[in-house]
Design a protein around this ligand. Structure first.
Ligand SMILES: O=C(O)CCC(=O)C(=O)O
Length: 260
């Protein structure tokens, strides 16, 4: 259960770092199993829609521990506390090193009606220092207006993604936004709001790893759509939901539901 202070902080900053209590054994066993697939040694990670030298998408389909993290009860409970709605996990990304990904918000990839009913959760598989290229985010930027391609004067298409990134770089300068960095302990997670500007900072020591898992979630009641595929009309879509058993309601919750 989050404190009011933590919930207020998330609403103010657009992100929150918390201890997940995921057993180290789970984190370590995933790292060990993924080890042969990282780098360009030609070993293919079968059964997922995408994998390259530093990223495995939707490993939850074939690795039960990756799914365990995506559906970890303590993470789901934090999300429920923050949004007051049931979280619905739909995509996992596992990384080996820093991504140095340019600044973006997740809503440009996975938007929702109503706006904002989506988030990302990034779990550290090892202690993360500045040398490893930690996650970088701009506290408070989630309060900026919804920015799809049209709001930037761009045709809504992924071919304009570089211009989208350049627009945000300029916006950060214009608004004098100040970055924070996800320097975290193994087993900690950061949740970021769909509209928070974030990316990967420079990995200054390339010899180090920066193993992590991102899971993306929508919330109950969200109608998902993808701005980058919305040329003629909004491209609504149904994600491939990651199934999990809902926690059993407590006795007091059951009694309360009888009287509703
Ligand atoms: O892990 C990172 O460096 C960036 C991840 C990210 O930006 C994302 O998954 O949206």
């Amino acid at each position: 259960m989050l404190s009011t202070q933590q919930i207020n902080k998330f609403n103010e900053d657009g992100y929150l770092i918390f201890d997940t209590q995921i057993p180290e054994l789970i984190l370590d066993s995933i790292s060990e199993r993924l080890q042969p697939y990282w780098g360009h040694d030609g070993k293919k990670f079968e059964g997922v829609p995408y994998a390259d030298f530093n990223r495995i998408q939707d490993g939850w389909r074939v690795d039960k521990d990756i799914k365990t993290i995506a559906t970890f009860p303590a993470i789901l409970a934090v999300l429920k506390d923050l949004y007051g709605r049931q979280p619905k996990p739909f995509q996992t990304l596992n990384f080996y090193k820093g991504t140095e990904q340019k600044i973006h918000s997740d809503s440009i990839h996975f938007n929702s009606e109503p706006f904002g009913l989506m988030c990302g959760v990034w779990v550290a598989f090892e202690d993360i220092s500045m040398e490893q290229g930690p996650l970088l985010y701009y506290p408070g930027s989630q309060k900026l207006p919804e920015m799809n391609f049209e709001q930037m004067g761009l045709e809504p298409d992924y071919k304009n993604y570089p211009q989208y990134e350049a627009y945000l770089e300029q916006l950060i300068v214009d608004q004098a936004l100040q970055p924070s960095y996800g320097v975290m302990k193994k087993g900690q997670a950061v949740i970021w709001a769909a509209n928070l500007l974030h990316g990967g900072s420079k990995q200054t020591n390339k010899a180090l790893t920066r193993q992590s898992q991102v899971t993306h979630y929508y919330f109950k009641g969200a109608n998902p759509w993808r701005p980058g595929h919305s040329q003629d009309k909004r491209a609504y879509f149904t994600p491939e939901w990651i199934p999990y058993d809902l926690p059993k309601p407590s006795l007091s919750e059951r009694i309360r539901s009888w009287f509703k």
